[in-house]
Write a protein that binds this ligand. Sequence first.
Ligand SMILES: Cc1ncc(COP(=O)(O)O)c(C=O)c1O
Length: 401
Amino acid sequence: MDKNFPISGWGSLAVHGGHKKDPMYAHLVPIYASSTYEFDSAEQGMRRFAGQEQGYIYSRWGNPTITEAEEKIALLECFGLNMEAKGILHASGMAAITTLMLATLKPGDKILTHYSLYGGTNELLIRVLPELNISPVIVDLRDISKAEEVLKADASVKMLYLETPANPTIQCVDIEQLTQLAKQYNCIVACDNTFATPYLQQPFQYGVDFIIHSTTKFLNGHGTAIGGILLGKDIEFMKTKCTKVHRLLGANSNPFDAFMLIQGMKTLEVRMERHCHNAMEVASYLDTHPAVAKVNYTGLNHHPDQYIALKQMKHPGAMLSFELIGGLDAGIAFMNKLKMCVRTVSLGTCDSLLSHPASMTHAGVSKEEREKYGITDGLIRMNVGIENVQDIINDLEQALG
Ligand SMILES: Cc1ncc(COP(=O)(O)O)c(C=O)c1O
């Protein structure tokens, strides 16, 4: 594509964004399977190490396939916002979150966050970071006055960390209101945008400083690779401190996974449209089913966070959860009867995926603790896939029967 052609559509940017003409004229960026790069001369090597000349040196530091993925995602997160961001691709979403924490915080700092974070993030905050004297303050951030109370009372809170929508009850928090508040207290704001993707939600629009994705999910879209990205709007900080931490942690992605991610990203708009359409149909079907006590989906008018979701998201997303009336036994029996939808954890793939948190991901958490977070014994979490929706409903119908 001619680099001067003015792309006006999100989907076109998802297809072409970040791509550079290959010197060998390959249509797709090749998988640059090379750990290191040659220098034409010793002087060139010196200039590259000194940062006086652009160019790759060593693949833990950077790789052309990885660069294309980083640039594509950064362009999409900034689409229509008249701003730039830099992305650093990581080996996983957790690696991206770790780089963020180590690059921005120091001992004695605190992170203001909410209950319904991804389990791995929650564990990093409550078990690993406290050993470095960095600790979380966890409150219900749907109540803005609680956030303000914490920020007023404790000047050591240096970061506001959001994840919206979040597991497994599809809770949402107001990115705009919380970011405005945090900025009054000089807090950095980071937002995990994994569930929404940049197609449905652009946190930079609200002044957020950093965005994180587990690219393992909808961005890859096919469940073929683990990955994560950290994006920041302070380009200089991303190029210096974040790059340094990322390189020294050895948190780099690899060219094969980056290649899979690039190909997946090209269909993100069409996949998300279909995912969201199917999710709305499935949620409406489940909402009137006699075996189902409750459906958590922000497309349904009774979800308490619907107004926040509609404010900041294009559609309510592909994730929902529902509670079976029969509790644990009903949950296990339902999961065992599924015939097309897949029994597994994770999300973001074309296939519909279902998990039963009480017997799987949260089996090690006490019932009392689980219920505090809305993870009841009969709760099923669903990634609504892009199959024909009637087939998804037919499978659920026979499994619920
Ligand atoms: C919202 C969210 N953030 C972060 C992660 C961590 O990503 P990864 O598994 O790629 O390390 C996950 C994983 O499920 C997630 O769901």
